[in-house]
Design a binder for this molecule. Sequence first.
Ligand SMILES: *Cc1c(COP(=O)(O)O)cnc(C)c1O
Length: 396
Amino acid sequence: MKINPANFGDIDPGNRILMGPGPSDVPPRVLQAMSAPCIGHLDPYFLQVMDETQQLLRFLFQTKNPLTIPVSGTGSSGMETCLVNLVEPGDTVLVCVNGVFGTRICDIVQRIGGDLIRIDAPWGRAIDPEDVRRAIQVNRVDIVAVVHAETSTGACSPIKDISKTAHEAGALFLVDMVTSLGGMEVALDEMGIDAAFSGTQKCISCPPGLSPVSFNPKAMEKLQNRKTPVISWYLDMSMVASYWSPERKYHHTAPINMIYGLREALRIIAEEGLEQRWERHRVNHRALVAGIEAMGLSMFVPEEERLPMLNTVLIPDGADDLSVRKALLSQFGLEIGGGLGDLAGKVWRVGLMGHAARPKNVFLFLSALETILKAQGVKVNKGAALDAASSVYDSL
Ligand SMILES: *Cc1c(COP(=O)(O)O)cnc(C)c1O
């Protein structure tokens, strides 16, 4: 079979502003780090990069856990890593579901032969720790799993309370921190989280491709005491851990340039400071919400359960979901997300993740949305959104 290479142009996606549910905008420094020469994965320089990346990840997760590493794969690979290592066939896993990602955890638990107990909260609402308590009172549970920041709905669940309940029942506590890590308070040790996973392309603002995972000593003990081998060779943390430890036992070739990128993204976070970064997400979220509401639109999630980095806006009557998003992209280079599952056509998902959480993006989005809605004949309060957003910044 022949092909003509002249038919394939250079890669040139143009400029976009990524305000969807991820990936988020990647700072130029991260892209630059990724273009450094690819060297051997056992090269002394790379070994040092691995160690530094682990140190930076422990800082971001706020943990002393020795096993804190980026798994080679996207956020879902971190989810699968935690579950295949910590769940043995016949273990009982209580999964809290309030959106797409909780549902995905259930799917994996069932595939690996765990006994699933599922508790549901309505999409758009937080998990109620009382529901977890009630379920634990009537069932013996080995692991409790919950999504901290449900990216499909914009709801934030109370991790500290659920953690207490899980530990009172003697269960391990596993948390999906794909969207929360780097955008809001995460402190594994203080919150009593036994295992957690994240992703690089949400609030860490690195391209997709790695999944930071951390296991505390209790999770490691569970892994070491397994009666059956981990069903995934690639994601078996006992082998992956020894590759990332001073033993350096070859398991798979680390994706060198991705790790350069992650190290740079983490270095940027360390320079900014965690508290400052969380505050930046909160402030820009408040400005965005003030603008949305001043325009006459409404948010989907009740105020006290909202995430700062993922804002679900109810699509107003008369607006056409797809053509609004298309116009944002073609006229303004702005990407936002649509709703998933039952929320398709009902909400827009507006990300303020990592590098993208800044006033100029808030103002651009509000003015672009207003312009497009007016052009579609949707009634909005003209000119009110930017004033409302400004007053949030002015009040600081
Ligand atoms: C994005 C996301 C995932 C999945 O991550 P991928 O990188 O798409 O595999 C899992 N959980 C949550 C909460 C997410 O936002």
